[in-house]
Design a protein around this ligand. Structure first.
Ligand code: R5P
Length: 320
């Protein structure tokens, strides 16, 4: 174990999740002051000495009322900058949900590559390392950051959940787009290892232009199988509904959805009204605050990612 003292901060609305991580680590959350100013400006400062310390800052960068994605990003950058100015030896940004990670390449002329710009801003304020959970494109994420990064997959948590739920059934793991095939493969392999049975795989084509999603061709065999469609996130739910229809058209049996981050924009009403899914599983990297509790209660299972993050924090302590 690193001899440097560890401090764990959690910013604004990430505090409840931070308490869970702190409990796993058996350390209290470090005290900080967060102040809001008239014109939407804010300041955050540590209320303890951080000089020479190994500091971890938790902040999940999803938007919510009163705290936009941009506001949270800015808060993270300023706070980490303040920690470095105050002499923290190493600052690790722990981001259960990383915003702007979907725009990782140019699909239109002169498109921004926001993942890289976020990385540049993190490095500019002196963030030494970044820990994230299930980003859209791991390779793009790793290439965007020059500082060391740790990427945590949701697959181990999903595999454990589905292995006990679907132990005796023929299973297929499906990616709702070709880009997510690796993510689906990771879950498929883990399920095979846990169930000791063969698990099939498939993917559905997907095209998105000007916000419109199309494509329904499915590669693979899902006929008669219990299908788990796995993605990095659920925003409006359109992607998963489209993939579910493609699976049904190819003779799939029971349908489940698994995604690390449930944004559920606007309550994702069509997604929850969609009868295709028997169950939807997400992590608590984004709390399901946009869902009415009746909606969430019926089909949604939220798995706790705090232990996985705590272990990553501990495991990273000796890595320079
Ligand atoms: C994009 O390719 C992502 O991996 C997700 O599939 C997408 O963001 C989900 O968005 P929605 O739920 O609105 O279809």
């Amino acid at each position: 174990m690193s001899p440097r003292p560890l401090s764990l901060f959690a910013l604004s609305t990430t505090r409840p999740f931070g308490e869970k991580v702190a409990a796993w680590l058996e350390v209290p959350l470090a005290p900080l002051e967060e102040r809001e100013f008239e014109d939407g400006e804010h300041k955050a400062r540590p209320l303890q000495d951080v000089s020479g310390q190994d500091v971890f800052v938790l902040h999940a960068l999803y938007g919510e009322p009163g705290h936009s994605v941009n506001d949270k990003l800015c808060r993270l950058l300023f706070f980490c900058g303040a920690l470095k100015d105050a002499g923290a030896e190493r600052v690790t940004a722990v981001l259960p949900y990383l915003a702007y990670a979907r725009k990782d390449r140019r699909t239109k002329a002169r498109d921004p590559i926001t993942t890289r710009y976020v990385a540049a801003m993190c490095e500019a304020v002196g963030i030494d390392r970044v820990i994230v959970v299930e980003v859209h494109n791991v390779a793009a994420f790793e290439n965007a950051f020059r500082c060391p990064t740790i990427h945590l997959e949701a697959a181990p948590l999903f595999a454990e959940y589905f292995a006990s739920l679907l132990r005796d059934q023929p299973i297929a793991v499906v990616s709702p787009d070709p880009g997510g095939a690796k993510r689906a493969e990771q879950l498929r392999e883990r399920l095979e290892a846990l169930t000791g049975r063969e698990v099939a795989s498939a993917y559905v084509e997907k095209f998105r232009s000007s916000g419109v999603v199309t494509g329904s061709w499915l590669a693979g065999d899902v006929r008669g199988k219990t299908v788990i469609i796995v993605d990095d996130l659920i925003s409006t739910g359109t992607t998963l509904i489209r993939a579910a229809k493609a699976c049904r058209a190819q003779g799939a049996g029971r349908l489940f959805a698994a995604a690390a981050h449930g944004l559920f924009i606007g309550g994702a009403p069509s997604f929850f009204e969609e009868t295709a899914f028997e169950g939807i599983v997400v992590l608590n990297t984004v709390p399901p605050f946009r869902l009415a509790s009746q909606t969430a209660g019926v089909k949604l299972t939220v798995l706790d990612a705090a232990g996985m993050i705590a272990q990553a924090i501990l495991g990273s302590r000796d890595i320079r």
